[in-house]
Design a protein around this ligand. Structure first.
Ligand SMILES: NC(=O)c1ccc[n+]([C@@H]2O[C@H](COP(=O)([O-])OP(=O)(O)OC[C@H]3O[C@@H](n4cnc5c(N)ncnc54)[C@H](OP(=O)(O)O)[C@@H]3O)[C@@H](O)[C@H]2O)c1
Length: 256
C-alpha cells in the first residue's frame, strides 16, 4: 500500500545544512515511462553538497548551481540525492508491471537529448528534478537499472559511485581505449582513479597507476599493473619504460 505522503529532506535554498527541512510531502505519482521507487538507500554525493552551497558560480562571488540554458534548474523547494537505490513499487503508463519489485540503481542524468554515452549539460535527479532524500521518488523506467546482485546490500549499491564510474567510463570511451592498450592513471587512489583501474581491467586494457607508495598494495590488489611513486618524478620516464618493458603508454587519464 503506497501512502499519500512521505518523509523527505527538502532543500529550501542555497546555504548550509540549516537550509534542509525534514518534512511531510506528497508521494509523487509515476508519469508515463516512469517507475515509482521506494528508496532504500541514497548515498551522499559531493555534488549534492556543492549544489546546496551554490558552489557552481558562472561569475565571481555568485552563489548558484549549474545553469543549463542560462538559468539554474535547481529551484526550491527541491529534494536532493542523486545516488539512489531502491525497489520499484508502481509503474506509470507504458511501463511493464513486471518491473514491480525490482531492486535497482538510478542512472541519475537528466539527459539533454537522445545521446546516452555522455551528458554535456550537467543536470541530474536531485538537482533539476527531485531525488532520493525521501521515501519515494518517480524516475524514468529506462534509467533505473536492475541490480539483482544479492551479495550487495542496498547501501553498497547506492554508494557504488555512479558519478565516478561514469566519469571514468567517459574518459576511456573518449580516448577510444581498446583491449591490450596501456593506460596511465594519475590520482589513481581517488574516486575516479580507482574506477578507471577497474574499468580498464574489465575492458582488457592495462592500467598503470601514479600514486603514493603507501597506497601501492591496495592499487595492485584493485588491478593496477604497476604503481609508480609520484614523490619521485625525476626518474618517472625511466620507471614507466621499465614497467612496460619499453612499450608505449597509449593514453593518460589525468585526474590531477
Ligand atoms: N568523483 C567524481 O565523480 C568526479 C566526477 C567528475 C569530475 N571529477 C573530477 O575528477 C578529479 C578527480 O576526482 P576524484 O573524485 O577522483 O578525487 P579524489 O577522490 O579526491 O582523488 C584525487 C586523487 O588525486 C591525488 N592527489 C591529491 N592531491 C594531490 C597532489 N597535491 N598532487 C598529486 N596528486 C594528488 C590523490 O591520489 P594519489 O595519492 O593516488 O596520487 C587523490 O586520491 C577532480 O578534479 C574532480 O573534480 C570527479
Amino acid at each position: 500500500m503506497i501512502p499519500n505522503t512521505m518523509k523527505a529532506m527538502v532543500l529550501t535554498g542555497h546555504g548550509d545544512v540549516d537550509k534542509l527541512e525534514y518534512k511531510d510531502v506528497p508521494v509523487p505519482a509515476p508519469g508515463a515511462g516512469q517507475v515509482l521507487v521506494q528508496v532504500t538507500a541514497t548515498a551522499k554525493n559531493n555534488t549534492d553538497r556543492k549544489a546546496r552551497e551554490g558552489l557552481y558560480p558562472t561569475k565571481k562571488g555568485e552563489m548558484t548551481s549549474f545553469q543549463m540554458g542560462g538559468k539554474p534548474t535547481l529551484v526550491f523547494p527541491r529534494i536532493q540525492g542523486a545516488d539512489i537505490a531502491g525497489r520499484v513499487v508502481a509503474v506509470g503508463d507504458g511501463v511493464d508491471e513486471s518491473r514491480i519489485g525490482e531492486r535497482g540503481l538510478l542512472d541519475f542524468n537528466i539527459y539533454a537529448n537522445d545521446r546516452r554515452d555522455i551528458n554535456l549539460t550537467p543536470d541530474y535527479y536531485g538537482h533539476g528534478a527531485d531525488g532520493g532524500y525521501a521515501e519515494y521518488v518517480a524516475l524514468p523506467a529506462d534509467q533505473f537499472h536492475h541490480i539483482p546482485n544479492a551479495e550487495l546490500a542496498d547501501a553498497e549499491v547506492a554508494s557504488m559511485g555512479m558519478c565516478s564510474y561514469q566519469t571514468a567510463m567517459h574518459m576511456l570511451t573518449s580516448a577510444n581505449i581498446k583491449a591490450g592498450e596501456r593506460v596511465l592513471v594519475t590520482g589513481a587512489s581517488g574516486g575516479v582513479g580507482t574506477a578507471l583501474i577497474q574499468l580498464c581491467r574489465i575492458m582488457g586494457a592495462i592500467p598503470y597507476a601514479l600514486s603514493k607508495q603507501d597506497k601501492a598494495a591496495a592499487l595492485l590488489e584493485l588491478g593496477a599493473e604497476a604503481v609508480l611513486d609520484r614523490s619521485d618524478m625525476d626518474s618517472f620516464v625511466d620507471r614507466v619504460k621499465a614497467e612496460t618493458g619499453g612499450k608505449p603508454i597509449d593514453a593518460v587519464m589525468d585526474l590531477v
